[in-house]
Structures are given as C-alpha cells and as structure tokens.
Design a protein around this ligand. Structure first.
Ligand code: ARG
Length: 462
C-alpha cells in the first residue's frame, strides 16, 4: 500500500496535486519564524520531560538536534526540501534526520495549530519590541530638535492657511505626541499577544497533563490562554499589530508630507539632508525628497495589510482554518514597512536644516488678528463685537497692504473704539508668542519645558 510521503500522509493513498502543493505551502514566507519555532519546540520538549512523557535521553537528543538545526538556519546552510510544507514541518523533519526517534516524539501533545499560534505570538512580541525601539529613537530625535527650536517662530496653519504663530519646537512636539501614543498602542498590542496558546492542541486541548504554565513561563509569556478553541483560532493580536502599524504609518505619512511641502522652494522651511534626497536623471537641478515621499506613500500598503487581513478573518467558523495561514504575509509586510519608514523618519529629522529665518518671515499677513481681538475682549468688548471690529481692520490692512499694527491708531479706533497704542505694540511676534502660556500652549518658555519633559519621557524605562 503506497502512502503519501507527508508527515500527515498515513490516511492518504495519493500525493497532493501540484496545485494543492503550491497553494498550501507557506514555507516560502514563514521560514523567518524559525527562531520562534525552535524556542517553542524547546520549551514544549522540556514540558514533556517534566511530566514524564519523554525521558531525559530523548530531551537531551531533542535539545542537541534543535541546536544543530538552529545553527544551519542561522548560517544559511539549512536545506528546504520539497515536502517541507511550512517552517514547523521543516524544523521537525530536519531534527528527526539528525537525531532519529526522539525527534519523532517532539510533537506529542501538540498540533501545528497551537504551535503556529505560539510562533506568531512570539513574532509579534519581538516585532513590538523592535518597533518600540525605533519609535523611541524617533521620539528622542523630535524632542532634541524641539529643544533646539523651542523659540523659533513658525506659522501654525489651519486649512493650510496661516492661522496664528507657533514655534517650530511646538510643531515638532506635536509629532512627538503622535509617536508617543504609537508606543502606547504597541505596548498594549504586545501585552495582548504575550499569552501562551501551547497546550491547546489542534482545538480541544490535550489528553496529556501538559505543564502549560511552566512552558509559558519558559517562553516569557505572561499568562496562558483560557479557551483552547479560541486559542487556536484567535488572530486578534495580528489585527491589533496591523492597526498599530497602520497608525504609525499614518503618522509617518503626515510627517513625510510636511517635509515634502516644507522642502519646496515655495515654502522653503527646510533643507533636507543629502542622505535622504535623490537627484533627477535628467534635471541636474533637482533634489527630490524621496525618503519623505515614501514615508507618505508606504502607508497605503500597510492599510492594505490591515484591511486585507480583516477580510480574511471575517466570517471564519471556529476553530483553526487554513485561511489563517494568510496572516503572515501582511504581518511581515507591515512590520518591515514601518521599520523602513521609522528609520527614514529619524534620518530625515536628524539631517534636516530648518530654515527658521523663512519660518519667521512667514509669520506675517495678519496672523496676529486673533491677538488684537483678544486684547479688545480683555478691555471689555464682547468677543463677537471684537471679532467683527478686528475683521474690519484686517480688511483695511489687506486693502492698504500693511500689517494691522501699521494702521494709524485713529483709523484703528474708528473700527475698534477700545483699541490703544499699547495694544498695537503688543501685536509684536514675540509678545503674542510669549502670552500663550496656557497648559499645552505655544509660549517658547513652555515649549522648552515641554521638550525637556518629552525627552525624559522618551528615554524613561517603560
Ligand atoms: N502553516 C500553517 C499556518 O501557517 C500551520 C498550521 C497548519 N495546521 C494545519 N492543521 N494544517 O497556519
């Protein structure tokens, strides 16, 4: 009786069709899970030993064999065979070639279903650590640049129209806040992923008295899953990661766009470093912000990873379904993509030469109108009245092509009877920045304090 050569081939009399082989195999993309697969297998084997399912000699052979497999994988000498469906089968196959019978005992009390859930959770956990390290580096770079430019005036825009003056430091710290929230999101994702499914078997648990808690703590998991059916079919933690990655990508795209815009001749607020820009093959004059553009452009594919994976999960019946093998490519792609984006953001911020002269010059065109309005309110005018009076003054200033404070006092007082010469003097750029001392506001002294606090927050242990 000829059987199929796969590890699961006993009940099959024919080999898989080439098309099944092609659609079913994940080895081409899941081999990168090997460090986690080996760690999970080692912990599982030690657990089997603790409950007496394998003897000391078998454990010793498995440990030795897995160490050898690990070396081959690390050195790139591991040979993938045509029957290796996925990383789990490949590692077990090679282990058994190397150590024989003990290798055939490793999978006792385990299924690829709880095995792959474990491997992917370990991957997400380490991906969260890698992403957090990069977010932290970016946060430090932003806090440092903010400290340098705490007092440098910059127009704050709404609707991409000049609104009121702020400082470059305050602007950079707005990005700090976004990436700091990303760090929180990544930490929450890590915590939800950091739970061990091992011992859930294919779906209902195991008839062996597996030491689930011991295996979990061996792998550094904070807890074990509570329901085996859920444990093998839950990929919420992948979706969590993809959402956290999508928010990172969103923030990178906003920062990227701002750098693209600011580096135009029209804005001229920043000169990007040579190391993050490229030239044109035809126009010798060009210096293109490709790095920042790709920080902006890569967001699309990360959203695709999230939305595509949610579509995969939607409507799946309990428990494990092969559809779930489709979790890996979006997960790896989103991770790799935001790592590139974060590295690019750090290089852009560290290499940026901010044109604070141009930013200061742009703090013109009636950006102090709100301040005059508020001075009139402080003098007793109702806000709506003061707003109208100031609006009429802006119209006059626009007609004459001057700033509000350049209008003769008598002209100002015709529209705003409570206006004084002191009020017009207080419209100076420095004064209107200094007065914004409300918590979270733009006053340069507050921004300097905020930049120092941000740096401390970015470097503190979490
Ligand atoms: N390669 C599979 C995956 O990534 C491993 C689990 C396979 N389980 C199974 N019962 N065929 O999901």
């Amino acid at each position: 009786m000829s059987t199929n050569q796969h590890a699961w081939g006993g009940r099959f009399s024919q080999s898989p069709a080439a098309a099944l082989d092609a659609i079913n195999k994940s080895i081409a993309f899941d081999l990168r899970l090997w460090p986690h697969d080996i760690a999970g297998s080692l912990a599982h084997a030690r657990g089997l030993r603790r409950i007496g399912v394998i003897d000391a000699a078998a454990l010793e052979a498995i440990e030795r064999g897995l160490a050898a497999v690990e070396t081959e994988l690390r050195d790139g000498t591991f040979e993938v065979r045509s029957e290796d469906e996925d990383v789990h089968m490949a590692v077990e196959r090679r282990l058994t070639e190397l150590v024989g019978d003990p290798g055939r005992r490793l999978h006792t009390g385990r299924s690829r279903n709880d095995q792959v859930a474990t491997d992917v959770r370990l991957f997400v956990r380490s991906a969260c650590d890698d992403v957090d390290a990069r977010l932290r580096t970016l946060c430090v770079a932003l806090a440092d640049a903010a400290a340098t430019h705490a007092a440098a005036p910059l127009p704050a825009y709404t609707h991409l129209q000049r609104g009121m003056p702020t400082t470059l430091g305050h602007h950079l710290l707005a990005y700090f806040e976004m990436f700091d929230r990303d760090r929180e999101r990544v930490a929450q994702c890590r915590a939800r992923a950091n739970v061990s499914p091992l011992g859930s078997g294919a779906c209902v648990g195991s008839s062996f008295p597996l030491d689930r808690a011991g295996v979990a703590s061996d792998l550094g998991f904070a807890a074990i899953t509570r329901n085996s059916l859920d444990a093998v079919s839950d990929r919420d933690f992948v979706a969590d990661f993809l959402f956290a990655a999508s928010m990172v990508a969103t923030h990178l795209s906003r920062l990227g766009e701002e750098l693209v815009l600011w580096s135009t001749s029209e804005f001229g607020f920043v000169e990007l470093g040579d190391s993050v820009t490229t030239g044109s093959s035809m126009m010798p004059n060009k210096k293109n912000p490709d790095g920042a553009e790709l920080m902006r452009g890569k967001a699309g594919r990360v959203f695709g990873d999230l939305v595509g994976f949610l579509a995969t999960l939607k409507g799946l019946p309990l428990t494990y379904n092969k559809d779930m093998q489709e979790d890996k490519e979006p997960l790896f792609d989103a991770f790799d993509t935001i790592v590139l984006g974060l590295d690019m953001a750090v290089a852009n911020i560290e290499g940026a030469r901010f044109r604070t002269d141009r930013m200061r010059a742009a703090c013109s065109a009636w950006v102090n109108a709100t301040d005059l309005c508020e001075s009139l309110v402080r003098a007793g005018e109702p806000l709506r009245t003061a707003h109208h009076q100031t609006g009429r003054l802006v119209r006059l200033a626009v007609e004459r092509g001057v700033e509000i404070e350049a209008l003769p006092l008598e002209v100002v007082q015709e529209q705003a009877p409570m206006a004084t010469a002191a009020m017009l003097e207080a419209l100076a750029l420095q004064s209107i920045l200094d007065i914004k001392t409300v918590a979270g506001g733009t006053a340069p002294a507050s921004v300097a304090v905020a930049a120092a606090a941000a740096r401390e927050r970015a470097t503190a242990a979490r």
